[in-house]
Write a protein that binds this ligand. Structure first.
Ligand code: SER
Length: 440
């Protein structure tokens, strides 16, 4: 089953269970200062959970575009980390609750997409006997496939949250680690979490306390790319039809082969992930800048460009990848289908700007690290990190990543101090300018 068919099958299944299907919401949160970007399917629906707004239907289903950048450095290095991904979700606002959510998840997985029951495992919150019994007595999940986990509680900053129950697919021992206690919840790739059912009953307040919500809700999230990778029998999400064409196009451009060299593979995966993220962010109206969402975009875009250099690509390469991304995602995501030309212009502009300074910046950083290494130092001074940022457009996180590849750390405090000084200088210059204007 292709990724686009899987998305459709999911949404149709939940429509058949009385849900209203909505298009994905923008990655830019609306009226929610607690979030920089939408990072979960439930995030745009928060006011429906809390009762602040009345939903158009008490059952909603979406495939929501999401961005998570908390572990950016893992992206490209593992089978399942992404910055951009789609989360399939079914939501109940004071309507159905635990039993229906569990039954429908099981029905979709075992009857619609026909996953092998023997390879499915579930976890529940330790004292959630109702969830345990529903899985075991009603769905027939063997007790050896159910475990109780203390950290089965889902929250994202402030807002609706609650205990959860997670579904894992056993990818086989060859994907596992050496830990004899390896089980669902382990960090390795053997048990892949494919679906999270949250029994949303609390509202996390700004002071960190939990208040019971007026009504009980359901928030489920299933990673589209992960489910596709299971269904398509792929080793990683990157080999699914939702991502692989981007890897192929990049490999062709670079004249390299995927699955030939681990370092090359990391760069190909970073570029594939980031090309999707950049396309989705710009389609939703984010523009590169040095602050907030714009900085997230700039950082990701420039990280991708640097990985292009590592592959030996000269010149513009990210911009034409937007076509590939839109071919894949456009059929399922209207906002992405509609903005292609605009996105390409923005990417090209940013790519050109960074290309002008990238080479010099890299030379500077590499020779600096050579000098520091000869002096047996292990830290890149903050003033140098600042120079790379200010003169060469290197987001500090990029400098940090390149430095760490050579065993160095960066001086964060020194960098912050240099940034502060620059802001002060800019402020003083503005005051002087204003004074000139004000003085006749
Ligand atoms: N909010 C939960 C998650 O993001 C389920 O949708 O995992």
């Amino acid at each position: 089953m292709k990724g686009n068919e899987l998305r459709q099958a999911y949404l149709q299944f939940f429509e058949s269970k009385g849900h209203l299907k909505l298009d994905t919401f923008s990655l830019i949160p609306e009226n929610d200062p607690s979030l920089l970007l939408i990072g979960a399917g439930m995030a745009p629906l928060k006011p429906f959970f809390t009762g602040k707004l009345v939903p158009p239907c008490h059952r909603i289903t979406t495939s929501q575009t999401c961005m998570r950048t908390g572990d950016l450095e893992n992206v490209g290095r593992t089978a399942r980390h992404h910055t951009f991904f789609e989360m399939l979700g079914n939501f109940s606002f004071g309507d159905y609750f635990k039993k229906e959510a569990i039954h429908w998840a099981w029905e979709f997985l075992t009857e619609v997409i026909k996953l092998d029951k023997n390879r499915l495992y579930v976890t529940v919150y330790p004292d959630d006997q109702e969830a345990y019994d529903t899985w075991h007595k009603e769905c027939g999940v063997e007790e050896s496939h159910i475990s109780r986990l203390e950290d089965n509680f889902w929250e994202i900053g402030e807002g609706p949250c609650g205990p959860d129950s997670e579904i894992f697919f056993d990818q086989g021992p060859e994907h596992g680690c050496d830990d004899p206690n390896c089980a669902p919840g382990c960090d390795c790739d053997r048990y892949l979490e494919i679906w999270n059912l949250v029994f949303t009953q609390f509202n996390k307040m700004p002071d960190g306390s939990y208040e019971p919500l007026q009504h009980k809700n359901i928030d489920t999230g299933a990673g589209l790319e992960r489910l596709a990778s299971v269904l398509q029998g792929c080793r990683t999400n990157f080999e699914t039809d939702l991502i692989y064409p981007i890897i192929e196009a990049t490999a062709k451009r670079a004249g390299v082969t995927y699955n030939d060299n681990p370092n090359t593979d990391v760069s190909l995966k970073v570029i594939a992930d980031h090309a999707r993220a950049v396309t989705a962010l710009i389609s939703d109206g984010v523009l590169p800048s040095n602050e907030g969402r714009g900085y997230v975009l700039r950082r990701i875009l420039r990280r991708a460009v640097r990985h292009g250099r590592l592959l030996g690509i000269e010149g513009i390469f990210l911009t034409p990848l937007v076509d590939v991304v839109v071919d894949i995602l456009g059929p399922g995501i209207k906002s992405i289908a509609e903005k292609k030309d605009f996105v390409k212009r923005v990417v090209q502009n940013e790519e050109e700007r960074f290309n002008q300074t990238l080479e010099q910046g890299l030379e500077l950083l590499n020779s600096l690290i050579d000098t520091l290494a000869a002096e047996k130092a292990t830290v890149v001074p903050g003033s140098e990190v600042f120079k790379l940022y200010d003169t060469y457009g290197f987001p500090w996180e990029l400098t940090e990543e390149i430095a760490s590849e050579r065993g160095f750390t960066i001086d964060h405090e020194g960098f912050e101090a240099a940034m502060k000084e620059q802001r002060e200088r800019a402020r003083e210059a503005r005051v002087k300018e204003d004074a000139k204007v004000a003085t006749p």
